[in-house]
Design a protein around this ligand. Structure first.
Ligand code: GTP
Ligand code: MG
Length: 216
């Protein structure tokens, strides 16, 4: 279940992310979003799956998005912008399914996540991150439901590929594909990444470049 990217697309993708990406906006609530402009790509997933780390790996800036080994690090919608591509933004999202956080906080993050995914007109793609070791959990299925109901296209990314044996990874890909076949709005292809080793990062950059070209 891997997509082929030619060398040119990979190189253009590298260039897209080579410049100086920077923080643009933090929205603690849906009323505080930046004005819609350009194209946004969001990274969603359970707490601790590696959303912020993936943004750092993509942009080659180790500390652009704040990461932590304890779940619940990202608590707002954080927007990043690249140089020379005004209006192309990456959106780091709070994680969901974090059982130990105060209930009121979890409820407010979850509401924020779902309303953003449902109602953002310039959201071109959502990458739904899933830990390759764990696969889909029930709380992911709630988010799949929201994505199915919204008009946005989404794709699953299996993260932390460095933490799982090849054979187990292949089994995880097969099981995830099977689960996704019931979701018509989902991309059938699954991306596999490691922010530790850089595996899958050039392909993900190329995928976003392709999206940007399609949209502009
Ligand atoms: P929240 O903001 O709390 O929702 O978490 P997050 O999804 O943004 O996760 P974050 O990027 O903060 O990473 C969580 C932990 O996983 C950190 O300790 C990271 O170093 C680690 N991590 C992230 N990606 C990878 C990876 O590809 N491989 C390995 N081995 N560890 C990773
Ligand atoms: Mg985070």
């Amino acid at each position: 279940m891997t997509v082929e990217f030619d060398a040119d697309l990979i190189e253009q993708g590298r260039k897209l992310f080579a410049g100086d990406w920077h923080f643009f906006w933090a929205a603690p609530a849906i009323e505080a979003l930046p004005p819609m402009a350009g194209m946004e790509v969001a990274f969603a997933g359970r707490s601790n799956v590696g959303k912020s780390s993936l943004i750092n790996a993509l942009t080659g800036r180790g500390a652009l998005a704040r990461t932590s080994h304890t779940p619940g690090r990202t608590q707002e919608l954080i927007f990043f912008e690249g140089p020379g591509h005004a209006g192309f933004r990456l959106v780091d999202m709070p994680g969901y399914g974090y059982a130990s956080a105060p209930k009121a906080k979890v409820a407010s993050w979850t509401a924020l996540i779902h309303s953003f995914l449902r109602g953002r007109g310039n959201l071109a793609r959502v990458y739904l991150l899933v830990d390759a070791r764990h696969g889909f959990k029930p709380v992911d299925l709630d988010v799949l439901k929201t994505l199915d109901q919204s008009a946005v296209s989404y794709q699953v990314v299996l993260t932390k590929a460095d933490q799982i044996k090849q054979a187990d990874l292949q089994a995880r890909i097969a099981a995830t594909s099977a689960a996704l076949s019931k979701h018509a709005a989902a991309f059938p292809d699954i991306l596999v990444t490691s922010s530790e080793t850089g595996a899958g990062i050039p392909e993900l950059r190329a995928a976003m470049l392709r999206l940007l070209r399609e949209r502009s």
